[in-house]
Ligand binder design. Sequence first.
Ligand code: DAT
Ligand code: MG
Length: 135
Amino acid sequence: MERTLVLIKPDGVRRNIIGDVISRIERKGLKIVALELRTLDAETARTHYEEHASRPFFPSLVDFITSGPLVAMVVEGDRCVEAFRALAGATDPVAAGPGTIRGDFALQVQANIVHGSDSTYSAEREIKLFFPDLG
Ligand code: DAT
Ligand code: MG
């Protein structure tokens, strides 16, 4: 069964919409198989976003993702990488369609509420980083 890493980023936690995001995942028919509230250290944040290390927004992205507790989840289901990316909507929340998480709740590209792995390869790497004990 395919798995993906989902984060409810610190902006989503601060805005008290953990329940709404989880509800959308469950309504879709996806299964949460691991879940943890935690605050990332900078090194873990830099590893998680390593593909963006050379981008100008990288330092700000690391500050943002470590700015408070986030919810990390492993989500399982048929084509769940693609399915969750569709639930999340486009990276830029202004371009994200209504009915998507980012489209409904966000306005700024950095504070866009959720992360979802972009491929099964990324999912495997990210799940290992967040949940090293998961089989
Ligand atoms: P996604 O989260 O949709 O996979 P991404 O991997 O391209 O998007 O970027 C990771 C995060 O970095 C994204 O959720 C928000 C932030 N980000 C992306 N592009 C940005 C930009 N041009 N300015 C500021 N933050 C940006
Ligand atoms: Mg990405």
